[in-house]
Write a protein that binds this ligand. Structure first.
Ligand SMILES: C[S@@+](CC[C@H](N)C(=O)[O-])C[C@H]1O[C@@H](n2cnc3c(N)ncnc32)[C@H](O)[C@@H]1O
Length: 286
């Protein structure tokens, strides 16, 4: 049985970075009058209460979305768009921050009804919540299955336009290798896929190596890749704990590099719990 529940972490600094990127990618995909698919391999429950016992227990969202929500003035446009999504999920203008949209909620908000959405979740409770959450959406398949293994069955999508979000919990070390293998599989079957991989910055060999391995895997991608990181926390005295996170995007939409150049310094500063936060934007664009 899986122990990880995303409800404990919803809205933290990792979610902010990941969902900023996901939102910008989906907006770009929607600009063309052609359908596109989203495959979300590790979907979670869809949306989360920030007042419940889970999110409240660790309060991680306070160092994440709440730090932007409480002081939205002067944010770059893309971060303002991200906050708007969260605001809409909470009921719109004047709402209090009570809930947080997970990746399926962000897809649901930004995709056209006719764009196919496939979500995979292995935790039976989260899958049940997710199924209920997405219940009325047309062209949607909720799979209670291993996203790494099932993903390839939907590739390439009929429209030959698609986004793959790979966002495991990395609770188990083999997840790091599975991410690289999944990226290779995706690009073999569908080289034009826009692939978004979220990863934690932790002091673990597998984690440190992951971005390098992703660069090698992405070498065949026609539009190249970009890698965005923020470091906003300190590890504990034993070296444990997440210091920040990164998002690796393969075949990124052209404007994403400029958008991240603008947003990363702001995110690093606003979400930081350390004296010297860091950010990094590296790219191998073609
Ligand atoms: C980091 S959370 C996902 C958060 C979600 N993508 C979001 O942004 O809102 C990872 C999720 O993957 C689920 N999970 C773990 N291993 C899985 C697998 N092999 N296939 C599908 N889901 C898995 C966990 O139960 C957990 O809900």
């Amino acid at each position: 049985m899986l122990a990880y529940r995303h409800a404990f972490h919803a809205g933290n600094h990792g979610d902010v970075l990941k969902h900023l990127v996901l939102g910008e990618v989906l907006r770009h995909m929607g600009e063309k009058d052609k359908p596109y698919s989203v495959l979300d391999t590790h979907a979670g429950a869809g949306g989360y209460s920030l007042e419940g016992r889970y999110a409240g227990k660790k309060g991680e969202f306070e160092g994440g979305v709440a730090a932007l929500w409480d002081d939205p003035a002067g944010l770059p446009d893309a971060l303002a768009r991200y906050l708007e999504l969260v605001r809409d999920f909470n009921g719109g203008a004047g709402a209090k921050l009570r809930q947080y949209p997970g990746s399926p909620a962000i897809s649901q908000a930004l995709m056209r009804h006719s764009d196919p959405l496939h979500v995979y979740e292995m935790h039976p409770t989260d899958e049940r919540i997710l199924r209920a959450f997405l219940g009325g959406r047309p062209h949607t398949q909720v799979h209670l299955s291993d996203g790494f293994a099932s993903l390839v069955r939907e590739l390439p999508p009929p429209s030959r336009r698609g986004v793959v979000l790979i966002d495991p919990s990395y609770e188990l070390k083999p997840d790091y290798g599975k991410v690289v293998a999944a990226v290779r599989e995706v690009l073999t079957r569908f080289a034009q896929a826009v692939v978004i991989v979220w990863y934690p910055l932790v002091q673990l060999v597998e984690a440190v190596q992951l971005p390098k391995r992703l660069r090698t895997a992405a070498a065949a991608a026609p539009k190249g890749w970009l890698d965005a990181q923020i470091t906003v926390q300190a590890a504990d005295e034993r070296g444990f704990g997440m210091m920040g996170s990164g998002v690796f995007v393969i075949n990124p939409p052209h404007p994403l590099h400029g958008t991240l150049q603008e947003c990363l310094p702001v995110l690093a500063e606003r979400l930081s719990q350390i004296e010297r936060p860091k950010w990094l934007l590296d790219a191998g664009l073609k």
